[in-house]
Design a protein around this ligand. Structure first.
Ligand code: 1QQ
Length: 376
């Protein structure tokens, strides 16, 4: 973290290159309010993800509007983690609210279902938590600042293998969740790359609550660790049951582990859960400290990864809007977004690569005494 930025400098950091806007001073003056639609998992079993996203976005929106360079209005739709709801939400936001761009949806499965609609309608859409393989293959209008599992998982697996000398592990994943399946495949590949043997691969479904059969089998095989790809609700219950039947080894997770709700539900059983994240509030940086302080003042809690990545995503849009010089031109906004290279957010340095995926670093975390701490 060298060359730290202060909040007011933020909107100008990506405003380089291109050079097509002739009257730089007049672009945002009177350019109007940019309406951005947000599709998030705001109610139901995974609502903690979407609620955090909304909190991060609302905080960023207030700050950006106070800075006065661009004005943003957010229109929220609750997709409840459901693909059909996500499709309806995207259609409504594009055709009825006439948004200039979209943020979300929360789940990769929802993005696979609804992203093609945004892409066909030529409306930029940015996932802040969609980490599965292939998200931006949907098309040119699809972006994400969510760190793909293909970057996060190998880092977590390698660290766990080295730290705990893992030789043989078991895997569990939710087989009816597109993202969890993709995360499972990424995990299996990372284990192979590290020469780790997989003793058993057990599946379950989203909303399942009883994992005794899978865990009893896994327990009998005595793995050095268990890998889990699922959302926090199922992962927490897996951890609880595992500890209850005497499985004390580390659990390495995919992005679903990154909610504090995992710890809230699992309690002590969450200790030893390992996951990679681009967000770690313990990092030393003025920007992070300011964000955590402001977030705490507004919501009375520490922001999680989902809040942080959504907060950054709105600033990324603000930069792109400022550069595009229009609050309504979707194509211009897409092109402007695609050029974001030197962005400094609360999740660190950020750039889009040529496939509109993020280039950013991650930290490997482990839950210790009910807290995410850095695994070193
Ligand atoms: C995805 C995810 C989930 C954990 C988001 C909540 O990473 O669906 O891509």
């Amino acid at each position: 973290f060298t060359g730290m930025m202060i909040g007011t400098l933020l909107l100008t950091t990506a405003g380089c290159g291109g050079g097509s806007a002739p009257a730089a001073n007049s672009v945002s003056e009177g350019a109007g309010t940019a309406k951005i639609g947000v599709v998030a998992y705001l109610s139901g079993g995974g609502a903690a993800y979407g609620q955090s996203q909304k909190e991060g976005l609302d905080l960023a929106k207030d700050e950006i509007n106070a800075l006065g360079k661009v004005k943003i209005e957010l229109v929220y739709e609750d997709s409840r983690g459901n693909n059909t709801e996500a499709i309806n939400a995207v259609n409504k936001l594009i055709n009825k609210d006439n948004v200039v761009a979209l943020i979300g949806p929360t789940l990769s499965g929802e993005m696979f279902a609804s992203g093609p609609i945004a892409n066909q309608s030529e409306v930029p859409i940015m996932g802040t938590s969609t980490t599965a393989e292939g998200i931006t293959d949907i098309g040119e209008f699809v972006f994400r600042n969510a760190l793909p599992e293909s970057s996060a998982v190998p880092q977590a697996v390698k660290m766990a293998v080295e730290k705990y000398n893992l030789k043989k592990v078991a895997i569990m994943y939710s087989s009816n969740n597109d993202w969890a399946v993709s995360g499972y495949k990424t995990m299996a590949q990372a284990l192979k790359d590290n020469g780790v043997e997989v003793l058993a691969t057990e599946t379950f479904a989203d909303k399942d609550t009883d994992f005794s059969a899978q865990l009893t089998k896994i327990s009998s095989l005595k793995p050095d660790a268990v890998m889990v790809s699922s959302l926090y609700q199922e992962a927490a219950l897996v951890l609880k049951k595992a500890r209850e039947i005497g499985i004390t080894v580390p659990f390495v997770g995919t992005n679903g582990f990154n909610s504090p709700e995992l710890i809230k539900i699992a309690g002590q059983a969450a200790d030893g859960a390992i996951v990679a994240s681009p967000w770690y509030p313990g990092k030393e940086s003025e920007k992070i400290t300011k964000f955590v302080t402001d977030y705490k003042a507004k919501y009375n809690k520490v922001p999680d990864q989902f809040a942080a990545q959504s907060y950054d995503a709105l600033y990324i849009y603000a930069s792109a809007l400022e550069k595009a010089g229009s609050s309504t031109d979707r194509a211009k906004l897409r092109d402007s977004l695609a050029t974001i290279k030197d962005f400094q957010g609360v999740t660190g340095k950020f750039a889009f690569d040529e496939k509109r995926n993020p280039l950013m670093d991650a930290t490997v975390l482990i839950v210790k005494d009910g807290q995410f701490t850095e695994l070193k």
